[in-house]
Design a protein around this ligand. Structure first.
Ligand SMILES: Cc1cc2nc3c(=O)[nH]c(=O)nc-3n(C[C@H](O)[C@H](O)[C@H](O)COP(=O)(O)O)c2cc1C
Length: 346
């Protein structure tokens, strides 16, 4: 089975990319991801705040206690030593490019288009094959309109596209009132790929100490549904490549994303949880599943279950939601009599 894929002009031996995460904090970590089979690596992000030395979001990543991050307890520790500043970031990319044979994708994480974006050029000069822009903007200012929020994305994209010749991907949030239209306009504005989706930091409340709990949990497979929907809807309708990010914990999620129309898939949580070597399991199992079904190349797989290729495109739409709701049976009203005995609420 030929698993090779084209991701925004990068020729990858298979579609499984190591997503931006602390696993790429060190050269040893990057080498391990390559040895484990990653077809490309998206570096951890260089933050606008880090460059500006304001450090708000950055401090969050540094200081969110490793203890509160149950499933990846060891993975925050190296950040302290690795994130010394933009120079260290560029040096790490330089070394990674020299010592690996896979594309290294730089990652910039910010919310404005001024000043810090010069680093896009320097990441290119350091040898990165492409750049991913993570516009991690949470519009808590309720006077800011949707079009102002959207304009930020276009301003950042334009500034970066004007500065570099390497391909530029945008890691998008799903929180737009017209996500599909936003994707279309970013495509028209020159985005070479869209990464769907960013996982936003959503703080919890610590009831014991009445404090805000700044926690990031690892993803679960159930989270693929939202990116899956939008990849299936966008497939064949925009020029930009589509990368799926979220919820990949086994080959099942990978195959679903490919059938929906992803050109590449990105994995972070599963590698943090199981270790980078888990990549080889993901690759083997994806290969086996597709080979067993007589697929010969990834092109035969991509988009088979996209909105434009399924028999019933309405399956992706509201009408289907209504059907699902109508067919939903109340388990406490039929069949599950035994539950009643054990359930004090019925
Ligand atoms: C500990 C941790 C650190 C992350 N750091 C970054 C980062 O620096 N930049 C970025 O764009 N995404 C970052 N991400 C997001 C991942 O790249 C990925 O998009 C997200 O976790 C969804 O994929 P997953 O379900 O495979 O984890 C991070 C995720 C985790 C869990």
């Amino acid at each position: 089975m030929d698993l090779s894929t084209d991701y925004m002009g990068l020729k990858l031996k298979h579609p499984i990319i190591a997503s931006s995460s602390p696993l790429s904090n060190t050269l040893a970590g990057i080498k391990l991801l390559e040895d484990s089979g990653a077809s490309a690596i998206v570096m951890f992000s260089l933050f606008e705040e880090q460059i500006r030395r304001e450090n708000e979001a950055f401090d969050f990543f540094l200081e969110s206690g490793t203890e509160s991050f149950a499933e990846s307890i060891n993975y925050f520790a190296p950040i302290d030593t690795a994130h010394k500043g933009p120079e260290d970031y560029l040096n790490l990319i330089r070394k990674a490019v020299e010592t690996t044979d896979i594309p290294i994708i730089g990652s910039l994480n910010g919310i404005t288009s001024e000043g810090w974006i010069d680093y896009a050029k320097q990441i290119q000069e350091a040898g990165a094959s492409a750049l991913e822009l993570n516009i991690y903007f949470i519009p808590t200012d309720i006077d800011m309109s949707a079009s102002e929020v959207e304009q930020r994305y276009f301003d950042i994209l334009k500034t970066v596209k004007d500065a570099v010749f390497i391909p530029v991907a945008i890691k998008l949030s799903p929180f737009f009132s017209a996500t599909g239209n936003m994707a279309k306009r970013l495509d028209e504005a020159g985005a070479d790929a869209l990464v769907l989706f960013n996982r936003f930091y959503q703080p919890d409340i610590d009831l014991d100490n009445l404090k805000i709990d700044p926690r990031i949990d690892l993803s679960t497979p159930a989270e693929i549904r939202l990116p899956l929907l939008w990849i299936a809807v966008l497939y064949g309708r925009i020029k930009a490549a589509l990368a799926a990010s979220r919820g990949i914990h086994s080959s099942t999620e990978i195959i679903k994303y490919l059938l929906a129309g992803a050109d590449a898939v990105m994995v972070a949580s599963a590698l943090i949880k199981n270790g980078p070597r888990y990549l080889s399991v993901l690759i083997d199992e994806t290969d086996k599943w597709l080979t067993a079904r007589d697929y010969r190349s990834l092109d035969e797989v991509k988009g088979v279950m996209s909105r434009q290729n399924v028999k019933d495109p309405a399956a992706f739409e509201r009408v289907n939601y209504i059907k699902v709701l109508e067919s939903f049976e109340n388990p406490f009203m039929s069949g599950m009599v035994n539950n009643r005995r054990d359930n004090p609420f019925i």
